[in-house]
Write a protein that binds this ligand. Sequence first.
Ligand code: NDP
Ligand code: 13P
Length: 350
Amino acid sequence: MVSKIIGVAGAGSWATALSVLLAHKGYTVRMWSRHAALAKEITITRENIRYLPGVIVPPAVEVTVHIEEAVREADAVVFAVPSHAFREVLQSALPHLSGTGLIINAAKGIEEDSLRRLSQAFAEVAGPQALERYVALSGPSHAEEVGRQVPTAVVAASSSIKSAEYAQDLFMCDNFRVYTNPDVAGVELGGALKNVIALGTGIADGLGFGDNTKAALMTRGLAEITRLGITLGANPLTFGGLAGVGDLIVTCTSMHSRNRRAGMAIGRGKSLEEALAEVGMVVEGVRTTRAARRLSELYGVNMPITEQMHEVLFEGFSPETAVNKLMTRGKKHETEEVALAAAALGKSQF
Ligand SMILES: NC(=O)C1=CN([C@@H]2O[C@H](COP(=O)(O)OP(=O)(O)OC[C@H]3O[C@@H](n4cnc5c(N)ncnc54)[C@H](OP(=O)(O)O)[C@@H]3O)[C@@H](O)[C@H]2O)C=CC1
Ligand SMILES: O=C(CO)COP(=O)(O)O
C-alpha cells in the first residue's frame, strides 16, 4: 500500500466517518476542526462524541485547528463541511493546497444565492482548469453506518476519469465500494435534491401516515428531481443509480437521516427552528428547498413536492394543507413531464 497523507476539511459526522475509513486503509489523515475544544477532545478521547459517538478514531487521524496544517502536504483533500460553507472553506484552504492534489467534495447541496452546484463553485474559486482534479463523492452513506463499517456503496464523479479512479482507489475497501461516474451534474443534483424529498417523507412520518405515502413521495420526488436534472444537463440514468434513487431511499427511510428527522419533528407540530435545534447537525434540505424552488422557476420545471416543501418551511402553510394540495392536483399521465423535459433537450425518452 502506498503511504499517503489525506487532508479532511470539517470535523462533523461525515468528516469523522471518512477520516476513520481512510485511517483504517493505512493513510495519515489530517482533519481540520474550526473549534479548538473539539479538536482537543478528539485527540485525547479518540472519539468525536458530539458528532459520531461510539466510533473509535485511530491515532493515524491527527486533528488540527489550522487548515493549512491539514492540507499543506496532502495528496488529496476531502471537504466534508455543509454546502453553504464549502466556498468559504475552500477559499481559506486554496493558498495552501498543492497544485496537483485531488479535491474530493463530500457535501451535498446547491448554493442558495448563486444557485451553483458545488463543482461550479469550485471552478469559480480555483479556476476551470482545476476541475479535472475535482471529484464529487456521493451516494447512500450515513456516517453512523460507515463508522461501523457496514457495507456501503457510493459514487465518485469527475470530468476526469483519472481523478474519479484515484478517488475510487483511495476509499475502496471491503466495506466501502466505490463506483465512478463522469456525470458530475447528475451526481451533485441527485445528492442535493433528495434531501428536499427526505424532509417531506419525514413530515409524512411525523403526521402518522404510512408506507404508501412514503413510496408515493419518493417515486414522484424522483420524477421531479429527474426533470430538473435533465433540464440542467444531467444524464437521466444517473438518477437510477446510487447518487439518485439509492441516496433517495436511504435518506427518506433511515433513522439516521438528519433531513428525515427534521421533517418528522415538523410533522409532529414543531417549528422549523425547533426541528433544526432538535437535530443539532446540518439539515441540508432546508437551504436546498429554496435553491431548488428558484431553479424550478428559472427553468420552468414543474416540481410540486419541492413547491409544497417551500410553502411549509418558509410560507407558513401547514403540512396538512401541503398534503391536500399535492393529492388534489390536476390529473396527470405518469411519465408525461419527464418525457417532455427529455424531448425538449433532444434526449431519447426512457
Ligand atoms: N452525515 C452523513 O451521514 C453524511 C453527510 N453528507 C454531507 O456532508 C456534509 C457535512 O455534513 P455532516 O458531516 O453531516 O454535518 P455535521 O453537522 O455533522 O458537521 C458539520 C461540520 O462542518 C463544520 N461547519 C459547519 N458550518 C461551518 C462553517 N460555516 N465553516 C466551517 N465549518 C463549518 C462543523 O463545525 P462546527 O462543529 O464548528 O460547527 C462540523 O465540523 C453535508 O453536505 C452532508 O449532506 C454526505 C453523506 C453522509
Ligand atoms: O446524505 C446522506 C446519506 O447518504 C445523509 O443524509 P442526512 O443529511 O439526511 O443525514
